[in-house]
Design a protein around this ligand. Sequence first.
Ligand SMILES: [Fe+2]
Ligand SMILES: [Fe+2]
Length: 190
Amino acid sequence: MNVNEMRRELQNRLKRGRFAHSIGVANTAVNLAKRFGADEDKAYIAGLLHDCARQYEDEELIAQAENYSIEIGEVEREMPLLLHPYIGAKMIRDVYGVEDAEISQAIWRHTVGAANMTVLDKIIYFADMIEPNRKYPGVEELRTLATTADLNTIMLTALSESIIFVVQKNSLVHPDTVAARNFLLINKKK
Ligand SMILES: [Fe+2]
Ligand SMILES: [Fe+2]
């Protein structure tokens, strides 16, 4: 599939607002890729497709995870929406013909992060938080970082904000988000 065909397929599958968000993430990811020296084509495709499994309800998410032999952790069992990045990372091959391991990993990691993220992983994670359709308190400060801070400072801030956000909601903190943040802090000192 070429990129035009991918966009059309995605548009058919997602609700209007989710599709607009996906285009926003794709364009934001390209800008970040230019600034941080990542592959712009991969950034666009990863951004475009990052939420390609986002339309499924909880029951379907569980079924799709089982279909792809994705391990369902205790946090995901409690919040099946957290399965959409893993299913998306697998679906891009079947539905969009994308076989690139870096794109797949960036999609896999876009929601809760992971230790030792690549530049592309970080770009997609952050683009998802700041694309132009996003509206929440503090988003402007994060957008400013996109042009002023280095990528690890950006990620540290973004991960800390996410942890604060879920704690304030009394929600579960995913262990991979803690691992992502700890990794950055530990390796900063070295
Ligand atoms: Fe997502
Ligand atoms: Fe998203």
